[in-house]
Ligand binder design. Structure first.
Ligand code: XMP
Length: 525
């Protein structure tokens, strides 16, 4: 049984960072809303309570049923978590007299296990409106700052600790060391969570969940669904059937190339080659949301049609990853809740049980698992690609001719990025920052071409032309939430522009998008 730490989320914007730090230490953890504590079985080694935008006195502020674990398991309350511990056990929480945001110096009086090996004066990051004015009976101060007397405390006689600052954020210099002390010294974790151990335990749990049942999975060519498929294939072999849909909006040659790689990997995959269905449904549709909906609906219809042919299919597998789960679940007090297409939708219609082997992994962990499964780097290192494919990169109406123009221009751009040697330029790989990027494609997080609906004048030979401009887009990002445009070398831009205009019929002008997100977005629609 994989040992784990539960993080009970009360809606802080940085809860995911607690998870990240623990995973980096090799400790498996799960984030759950603080109002929905999962069964606490023998695998749970400790509990961390996150911060929250709420005050403990707010109406509807998150509450936690401490009777389930306090005194029985190690606990670390962070910020709101610390205030809630003080408030619920007889301490006093109130508005702070002075501003408690930003850097502060922590003076450690009683290092104990939590601050073992940490300098007695160290920088921490504070971010709270309320403060703990007095501690519960039986609790003692471990550390203070100039403005916050009870910056860290513990309950005597039990492994319950609390800190009002944020150890998970980068600005808390010794934050990782504090979390390491909590996980290893206080909770007794071993820190042996690795991609290989994840694969071993996932294969076992997939077999347990699915038994001899049949599973279907929609492959997109992207990293998540590919890793999910290979993991399931390892667990249940030919009881897994994958469906890869050609919607006519994939990159040039992508359907045949990726289908061939899937077959090479030994996957039982059906290619649903139905571009005409999508292109005819998109005729005359120009509104971006209407395009997305049309493509989404057609995808479900296609998938449904092929899946029904698989006799006895009882399970639907999805490549849902952790950020999708967290964004879709939502937590009381959290300020933004987003729905995601992977979670919900298909199953109600099809009456299948869901299998989501990657639902507890972050993107970079999915890639590490994929590498450990032996998936080729060309697939693991692929740039993210939007679900509606090139449909959202053809501004205006999607026609077969305009798809052809965009596929050709995109092909020149992506091949050019792959061919541009950048070894020795000191660029890191976007999909694995621990290694150097060998070419521009690897250094970029996402790249593509956008086809505009306007035409402009040009001259070719002795003739005047009146054709489309295309936009090149290349960004670096960590999660797509924010992004910076990439400073592509001028010689590369010059060559790629020349190649596109010379080789792609229908294009006479190339521009480069130099907008960051925010305020722009990565895609144009
Ligand atoms: P934006 O354009 O919002 O994109 O900055 C952020 C990331 O999301 C991808 N994207 C989509 N993915 N369906 C998807 O599955 C969509 O409709 C969609 N729109 C944008 C985009 O490619 C980028 O990686």
């Amino acid at each position: 049984m994989t040992e784990k730490i539960l993080i009970l989320d009360s809606g802080s914007q940085v809860t995911q960072l607690i998870g990240r730090r623990l995973r980096e230490l090799g400790v498996y953890c799960e984030i759950h809303p603080s109002g929905k504590i999962p069964p606490i079985d023998g695998s749970v080694r400790g509990i961390i309570l996150s911060g929250s935008p709420c005050s403990v006195y707010d109406q509807g502020a998150p509450v936690i049923d401490f009777s389930l674990f306090k005194g029985k398991l190690p606990v670390l309350g962070i910020c709101y978590g610390a205030q809630l511990l003080a408030h619920c056990f007889g301490g006093k929480v109130g508005p702070s007299g002075s501003r408690e945001y930003g850097r502060a110096r922590l003076s450690i009086e009683d290092p104990g296990l939590l601050f073992e090996g940490i300098p007695s004066s160290t920088q921490v990051w504070m971010s709270h409106g309320d403060t703990i004015l007095s501690l519960p009976e039986g609790a003692s101060v471990l550390a203070s700052t100039a403005d916050v007397r009870n910056a860290a405390f513990r309950f005597q006689g039990e492994p319950t600790y609390a800190v009002q600052f944020h150890p998970e954020v980068y600005h808390t210099t010794e934050g990782t060391a504090m979390l390491r002390n909590f996980a290893f010294r206080i909770c007794g974790c071993k820190g042996d969570w690795t991609p290989a151990s994840f694969i071993e335990s996932s294969v076992a749990s997939i077999r347990e969940q699915v038994g001899d049942g049949k599973v279907i999975l929609g492959l997109s060519g992207g990293v998540d669904s590919t890793v999910a498929a290979v993991l399931l294939n390892k667990a249940i072999g030919h009881n897994l059937t994958c469906i890869f849909v050609n919607n006519g909006l994939l990159r040039k040659n992508e359907f045949t190339d990726v289908l061939a790689s899937y077959k090479d990997m030994g996957l039982n995959v059906i290619g649903a080659d139905v571009p005409e269905n999508f292109l005819s449904a998109l005729k005359g549709v120009t509104d971006p949301e209407a395009k997305r909906k049309t493509i989404g609906r057609l995808f479900i219809e296609t998938f449904d049609c092929y899946a029904r042919k698989i006799e006895g299919a009882g399970f639907l597998a999805q490549g849902t990853i952790y950020p999708d789960v967290i964004e879709s679940a939502g937590v009381a007090g959290a300020s933004k809740i987003k729905s995601h297409h992977n979670v919900g939708g298909l199953p109600e219609k099809m009456n299948l049980k869901i299998v989501e082997p990657l639902r507890m992994l972050f993107k970079d962990e999915v890639r590490r698992v994929g590498r450990a499964l032996g998936i080729k780097e060309e697939l693991i290192g692929r740039h993210p690609f939007p679900g509606p494919s090139l449909g959202v990169r053809i501004i205006g109406e999607v026609t077969p001719e305009r798809v052809r123009i965009l596929q050709d221009a995109d092909d020149v751009f992506i091949r050019g990025l792959r061919a541009y040697d950048c070894t020795g330029m000191g660029l890191r790989s976007a999909s694995d920052p621990s290694v150097e990027a060998r070419n521009l494609y690897e250094a970029i997080w996402q790249a593509g071409v956008i086809l505009l609906p306007v035409k402009s004048v040009g001259v070719m030979g002795d003739d005047r032309t009146y054709e489309y401009p295309v936009v090149l887009r290349a960004v670096v990002s960590t999660d797509g939430m924010t992004a910076d445009w990439v400073h592509l070398p001028y010689d590369f831009l010059a060559k790629v522009s020349n190649d596109i205009i010379n080789k792609v019929r229908g294009v006479n002008r190339v521009v480069y998008d130099i907008s960051s997100k925010p305020p722009s977005t990565i895609e144009w629609e």
